[in-house]
Design a protein around this ligand. Sequence first.
Ligand code: URA
Length: 293
Amino acid sequence: MSNPHPLSPHEAAQLLGWYAQMGVSEGLDEVAHDRFAASALPEPSRAEVVRPTAASDVAGRSLPAGREASSPRPSATPASSPRPAPATMVAPDIAAESARAAASAATTLNELKAALAAFEGCALKASAKNLVFADGNPAAKIMLIGEAPGADEDRLGLPFVGRSGQLLDRMLASIGLLRERDVYITNLLPWRPPGNRTPTPQEVAACMPFTQRHIALVNPDILLCIGAPSALALLGHTGILASRGKWSQFAVGERQIRAMAMLHPAYLLRQPLQKRLAWRDLQALRAAIDGGV
Ligand code: URA
């Protein structure tokens, strides 16, 4: 459909400049486009689907090697072959069934990771650079579940490695816990939502069988839900400020383990005064560990 109010080059440049100032660094749609298929279309249709895909961000600046806005991730399908069809083509009920079947068939964390990598029921996979599975010690008693990877996590394929992850490490260290030794860290979603938007309930639901299997395979004694989406999805808590720091029970198979919601470090970076609440929750965690959980 033609745009009734086309932008002049000057207006378009201003709009791109505004996007850049607002922190938009990549030109992505909700679902990735198959540019290779697009290039096979007749000319008139191509004009509709082809967008700037050169090595530049939305403001037209050159991107460093490896950060091309629409280039496939290094481990993705080589440029000469078409990308797989977008994951949205899988109907939600079929996706849910395939998630349940694939997750329950996994008997080890490696199998679960492979099952997630093969899962086509969450459209975020198509726009993410990497699957972000987990980090830390799989034998740890404490399992942390955040929301979803951000840009740094997406780039490196590990959870909580950006600014909020560094704060999380410092928070853990303040009560004597080390990421590599004492905790196991994952997210509700293994793929980055474009622009770091909050995951939709549908995306969380699509991946939930994997999250539940992940918890069952790690079999922790303490579950920490980091941030509101995790607290809602796993503990049913609405209102993180009211529910944080309160212990509840979480069923892992036949076992009931202790679970607590905590404020997300990204929120604490924006609201540093709330760190005092996080400190109380960390002390509650330390007391639970010292008391033998
Ligand atoms: N925020 C999250 O919830 N998870 C990450 O891995 C990074 C930021």
